[in-house]
Design a protein around this ligand. Structure first.
Ligand code: GTP
Ligand code: MG
Length: 211
């Protein structure tokens, strides 16, 4: 999948608030993961916006407390990319953390056009209990999850191999379902884009394969 252009469509910060009208009816893909795992950085890289970032990359973890929607044009069709607030950051006050849970749950359960979730896990540390809970929850809701290992550039080649041998089992996934990426070096980004395209536009993909 090739990205043509992207614009910020709006945000929601309260449970029950409707999503932006601008993206109504478009297929959606959401990025989820622990705070500081690299969601916003990966979104900028995937959208080709590393030099002029569109998703805010926080110096302060836990800063993104809203659900942000981006309207994207691609060669496969228009879609909506969603940046979910990060979970599990200990220094965020409990009251704020408790607010996110219903907000994220509300989005996931109301998302009639949600084609799948890109679930990010830090490749250096493997899944936290929060990560495993998130993966279980997506499975429970029947939402397809793409498991992506972030910050691959921070590991040596040997450490990467080691992580790729151990992590799929910990995540309860087949090795080919787990994709290492780096927003910094660009590793895995083309594969991720193609996988997202196949999740968003399954019919287009099938037609292309049948030619
Ligand atoms: P919240 O919005 O707080 O949930 O965080 P986030 O998941 O959006 O993480 P963000 O993209 O803001 O990145 C957090 C930190 O990790 C920043 O300092 C980034 O520069 C860094 N980072 C993100 N991706 C990568 C990567 O692929 N490689 C390296 N080396 N650093 C990264
Ligand atoms: Mg962020």
């Amino acid at each position: 999948m090739r990205i043509k252009s992207v614009e910020f469509a709006g945000a929601i910060g309260q449970l029950g608030q409707p999503g932006p009208a601008d993206v109504a009816g478009l297929p959606q893909v959401a990025f989820a993961g622990r705070s500081n795992v690299g969601k916003s950085s990966l979104i900028n890289r995937v959208l080709g916006r590393t030099r002029t970032p569109i998703a805010r990359v926080s110096q302060q973890p836990g800063k993104t407390q809203e659900i942000n929607f981006y309207r994207v044009r691609s060669d496969m069709g228009d879609f909506c990319l969603v940046d979910l607030p990060g979970y599990g950051y200990a220094r965020v006050p409990q009251a704020i953390r408790e607010k996110w849970k219903p907000l994220i749950n509300g989005y996931l359960t109301a998302g009639e056009h949600l084609a799948g979730v890109v679930q990010l896990i830090d490749m250096r540390h493997g899944p936290t209990p929060d990560d495993l809970q998130a993966i279980d929850y997506l499975a429970e809701l029947g939402i397809p999850a793409l498991l992506v290992l972030t910050k691959a550039d921070k590991l040596t080649a040997t450490q990467q191999k080691d992580a790729l041998r151990k992590l799929p089992e910990k995540l309860g996934a087949d090795p080919e379902q787990v994709l290492p990426v780096s927003a910094k070096s660009g590793t895995g980004i083309d594969d991720l884009l193609d996988t997202i395209g196949a999740v968003l536009f399954p019919v287009v993909e099938a037609e292309a394969g049948g030619e």
